[in-house]
Ligand binder design. Structure first.
Ligand code: ATP
Ligand code: MG
Ligand code: MG
Ligand code: MG
Length: 469
């Protein structure tokens, strides 16, 4: 019982038996929330049930939700290639109570599922609770028999969840797995918590307060439960690794990438293959859910992921479009669970290939320019804002892609310089347009930038508000 299909079925069956409605994943583009870029947790499709705006014929539900965290408040794009446990696309398993059961049931459910149904060794588990949540701490002690040192009290926002500036909120409790002394890292709350040893697998949110405009909190009359478990992390630990990219699914994608580029999956290009394996999932799933590459908003986030992947393919020596060739393997791996992938396969392949063909020439030239610019820099000197802007404006390099390239070399972009170069170009373009009286695309562009701000228009921090588990 170690692959995704088995884990997903075990989770959903467990909660179905406990009277939960099994609700299918919502699309990645949220229907009920225009301020949110992508579904980034299981609770997104249930927001209106938690606030009481909507009721359905069930008060408890379970789901396996497609999530993308590649923009806005929950952005793991920069973690990919650097950690073993973050993806831009992943699947979140969750159980939800809409004013039905609360902590007294949610904690035993999770413990029973993890140690019973999934068979995870209880002696490898530890949990966190919000520092003042004595109730949760007592329940963990009673239900799981965990000693005090494995019930860690955390006082930071990591363990207090809020849906937004106002609305439902409450303490969280996270379940961690200890992969053992062979790995560097410390328990949550310690300075080494971001190491590879202790990995968060499940987050339980206890929605018990309502946050008001004036900053006060009152208890919710009917508290709710919202949980999220990362299926890839659980698959990794059940497969005896702390590295999501070593699991059968990710490994198949990495091998497809190695095969298509005729390179060693574990050689110098190891990180490139990992990034590509991640990005083929997020780009394909986004396209399957109707997102197409574009200059702004969701489409620009997609384009940024695509272009980042293309740079990594280029570094592996690929001179012809690569990403579209990996789609069949992805469909083989995930098409059964997500039929929309197979249905959209032709569109996904065409979109990836078209984008790769269009970007190829400027990618090659831009990367040469970047190399030349970097060669001129002194030790630790950032890349000038003008150079980064030229890469953006002339060569189509999203800023974060340039930053990603520089990070490998231990360098950064001069961001204020980038902003000034952008402003200067806008002013110049405006002057050139003044007096023509024409209303065209460019005028529209300025309106949009004015309305939303340049950074938002570029696809950064596109959300006004964002909620996740
Ligand atoms: P982390 O602290 O590891 O970044 P998180 O606290 O941001 O995780 P939550 O928002 O609590 O994550 O999401 C619930 C669960 O989803 C996590 O416990 C984890 O198992 C999984 N998860 C979160 N982000 C990712 C990701 N980028 N890739 C894969 N799984 C993830
Ligand atoms: Mg996170
Ligand atoms: Mg966390
Ligand atoms: Mg968490």
């Amino acid at each position: 019982m170690t692959d995704l299909a088995d884990i997903r079925a075990a989770f959903l069956d467990y909660f179905a038996e406990e009277g939960h409605a099994v609700v299918p994943s919502s699309p990645l583009v949220p229907r009920n929330d225009p301020t949110l870029l992508f579904a980034n947790s299981g609770m997104v499709q249930f927001k209106n049930l938690f606030t009481g705006v909507e009721t359905r014929d069930y008060a408890r539900a379970t789901s396996a939700q497609k999530c993308v965290r590649a923009g806005g408040k929950h952005n793991d794009l920069d973690n990919v290639g650097y950690t073993r446990r973050h993806h831009t696309f992943f699947e979140m398993l969750g159980n939800f109570s809409f004013g039905d059961y609360f902590k007294e049931e949610a904690i035993p459910y999770s413990w029973q599922l993890v140690t019973g149904k999934l068979g995870i060794d209880p002696s490898r588990l530890l949990v966190t609770v919000y520092h003042d949540d004595d109730e949760a701490a007592a329940l963990w002690k009673k239900v799981a028999g965990l000693p005090d040192e494995r019930i860690i009290r955390i006082a930071t926002a990591d363990n207090f969840w809020m849906m937004g500036p106002t609305g439902p909120c409450g303490p969280c409790s996270e379940i961690f797995f200890d992969h053992g002394e062979a790995y560097w890292g410390g328990p949550p709350g310690s300075p080494e918590e971001d190491g590879d040893r202790f990995v968060e697998i499940w987050n339980l949110v206890f929605m018990q307060f309502e946050q008001h405009e004036d900053g006060t909190r009152t208890p919710l009359p009917r508290p709710s439960i919202d949980t999220g478990m990362g299926i890839e992390r659980v698959a990794a630990l059940l497969q005896g690794t702390n590295d999501n990219y070593a699991t059968d699914l990710m490994r198949a994608l990495i091998e497809a990438s190695a095969h298509a580029t005729n390179t060693d999956p574990d050689g110098d290009g190891r990180t490139h293959h990992r990034v590509i394996a991640d990005h083929i999932r997020s780009t394909s799933f986004l396209i399957a859910d109707g997102v197409l590459p574009s200059k702004d908003g969701r489409g620009y986030v997609l384009r940024r992921i695509m272009r980042r992947a293309m740079r990594h393919a280029h570094l592996l020596g690929a001179r012809d479009p690569l990403m579209y060739r990996l789609v069949p393997e992805l469909v083989r791996q995930m098409g059964a669970a997500y039929p929309e992938l197979g249905q959209a396969q032709a569109l996904i392949e065409e979109t990836l290939r078209g984008e790769e063909e269009r970007f190829k020439t400027t990618l090659d030239r831009g990367l040469s320019l970047l190399d030349a610019e970097v060669a001129e820099l002194g030790e630790g000197e950032p890349l000038s804002g003008e150079a980064a802007f030229k890469l953006y404006d002339t060569y189509g390099f999203p800023l974060d892609m340039t930053q990603d390239a520089l990070r490998e070399m231990g360098r950064e972009v001069d961001l204020p310089g980038f902003g000034s170069a952008m402003d200067a170009q806008k002013a110049q373009a405006r002057a050139a347009w003044a007096g023509t009286g024409e209303v065209g695309e460019t005028a529209l562009w300025f309106d949009l930038v004015e309305e939303h701000g340049a950074t938002e228009f570029l696809g950064y921090d596109t959300e006004a508000s964002e909620a996740a588990v």
